[in-house]
Ligand binder design. Structure first.
Ligand code: GDP
Ligand code: K
Length: 272
């Protein structure tokens, strides 16, 4: 039997535990992440000829390594290299929740997007999963973990995605920032960190402490210094570069969500 590892990720309270339980049933067991007291849940299910091991990552909002939970999640993804990262979002809060999803795509990992809590939007919001899927370059599945809707489809989608390559998704940061990204990427050519070069370059512009530390450990201080020079010159155009980068991600997300959703008028609203 072929064996695969799939990680579940999502913001807190999106129903990730509920999905985990539906997928893994009684096979689940709980341990700790190495060196910390954060709970690590693992379980498995089988689909056709595959055993699919499921690892539940901590609930987080971004991959910015600012908290233990974010570091655990990012380290697991880049170092353990799961075959697929399933990102669970709350369908009632798409824009905010998709920020983490876009960060995963920037990291260059294979993803699957789960729109959970679909029962809560039924007569309020229509989500065109085909459009969403095409724009975000990922397969999209709708679920309601508590109503047990879409779990079979989710298992099938996980199995399918494990067998196909996936297109990348790029956030366009605008000419000035893109030029800096390119220059930093070129400097990164001789390095071997387990991240893709574009992700590293963007994270350097965001002054990500873990990436800086890892480069210094590889005696690549010069790259960090060059990134600081890029930041200094970009800050003449964008005084708050960090916010500018975050807003570009939200810009992409807002466009995609607007284009693939429709707000429905409820019967009560129509009668009044
Ligand atoms: P986690 O923090 O992401 O692991 O979220 P949980 O699995 O603990 O779920 C958070 C809350 O949302 C719980 O009260 C769940 O019962 C509820 N919940 C989870 N999935 C759904 C869903 O699909 N629909 C609805 N209405 N509630 C859900
Ligand atoms: K919870």
């Amino acid at each position: 039997m072929k064996s695969f590892t799939v990680a579940l990720i999502g913001n807190p309270n999106v129903g990730k535990s509920a999905i985990f339980n539906e997928l893994t049933g009684s096979s689940a067991h709980v341990g700790n992440w190495p060196g910390v007291t954060v709970e690590k849940k693992e379980g498995k299910f089988t689909y056709l000829d595959a055993q699919i091991n499921v690892v539940d990552l901590p609930g987080i909002y971004s991959l910015s390594a600012n908290s233990i939970d974010e570091r655990i999640a990012r380290d697991f993804i880049v170092k353990e290299k799961p075959d697929l990262v399933v990102c669970i979002v709350d369908s009632t809060n798409l824009v905010r929740n998709l920020y983490l999803f876009v960060s995963l795509k920037e990291l260059g990992v294979k993803t699957l997007l789960v729109l959970n809590m679909i029962d809560l939007i039924e007569d309020k919001l229509e989500i065109d999963t085909t459009k969403l899927s095409n724009s975000l370059k990922t397969r999209v599945v709708k679920t309601s973990a508590t109503k047990k809707i879409g779990i079979g489809e989710l298992k099938e989608a996980i199995f399918d995605e494990l067998h196909y390559p996936q297109e990348e998704l790029y956030v366009d940061y605008g000419n000035d920032i893109e030029r800096s990204i390119e220059r930093i990427k070129n400097l990164l050519n001789g390095t071997n960190l387990p991240y893709n070069k574009r992700f590293l370059a963007i994270k350097l512009l965001e002054q990500d402490p873990l990436i800086i530390q890892e480069l210094k450990q590889q005696q690549k201080e010069n790259i960090v210094e060059n990134a600081i020079l890029e930041i200094n010159s970009l800050e003449k155009i964008y005084p708050d570069l960090e916010t500018e980068i975050i807003e570009k991600r939200y810009g992409l997300i807002e466009g995609v969500v607007k284009n693939s959703t429709k707000h429905l008028v409820s019967i009560e609203d129509r009668l009044t």
